[in-house]
Design a protein around this ligand. Sequence first.
Ligand code: SAH
Length: 348
Amino acid sequence: MEKADIKSWNQKELEEFLVSLGEKPFRARQIYPWLHVRHVASFEEITDISGKLKEKLTEKCRIITLKQVKVQVSKLDGTRKYLFALEDGAMIESVLMRYKHGNSVCISSQAGCRMGCRFCASTLDGLVRSLTPSEMLEQIYRIQEDIEERISHTVVMGMGEPLDNYDNLLKFIELLSDKNGVNISQRNITVSTCGIVPNIYKLAEEKLQITLALSLHASSQEKREELMPIAKKYDIYQVVEACRDYFEKTGRRITFEYSLVGGVNDSDEDAYRLAKLIEGVNCHVNLIPVNPIKERNYVQSKEQVILNFKNKLEKYGKNVTIRREMGRDIEGACGQLRKQFSEREARP
Ligand code: SAH
């Protein structure tokens, strides 16, 4: 029988398991921080339980850990990009960004992705598999150990589509914000989605305090379909409507992400249509200069065009920021590092 993934359990599930082994319930409260705060790699390292319990745990459970394959450090802004190997050899990327307000980690929710967005490197080779809650948490734990500093913010904006891995994402958020774990406030967690509409409605019902970021990237259905195949399944109006519902149910302001692609979605007309499209939604627009990948011939909008786009939106009363580009010198865009690594490996 496959061993249980003990780091994907919340305290209640851990307790039920321990009770089933004939242990006292309080053992869960004792063991949980060893896994989620001290990040032990084996049950042997736990000092306050009996040898017999350690043996039982070792027999029935495994402690998922990631292997750091590579880290690239930006000379520009101290951003650190990590390549991690999962236990089955699949590769994922995570990024540490240092801000004045704290350390933020961008994590992957899947190895690869099946959404097929045209400008994104993570999706070029399709989906390998979804990550478990423990594998999502581990990205933060490993980085925290590496830099020996607290991580205060998490964005689920790395490889993969988080709402395509819904149950594991939810468990991950629960464990990440658990007071007995790393204890990252839900308000400091952002989940970014390409717009899987039914799951946005579902997420709204969970009444979490996380921020939802919606990758919009276009002002019309026609253009969005060109850039993002998911738009063929759920159209741009359905997506915006789901975001409106998310705000109404949770009171959390939506972030619309809009990657500016030179000559594709950056005209004055796009700015006007975008403003109309999101009219009345309590939101914030985050403009991202597209990070060109070599597999596609998309280019960044000129700086003046970006500023102009921002000004236009502001004139229409929108709240807009331009995302600071971090780690440009270290393959900052999602999936680029893994792609580059696998191509090098493949070369004789
Ligand atoms: N699947 C999720 C989260 C992962 S990507 C989503 O679609 O939101 C995080 C953000 O980066 C998304 O807005 C995505 O569209 C954007 N992105 C991906 N590749 C990019 C690139 N090369 N340049 C600019 N933005 C990119």
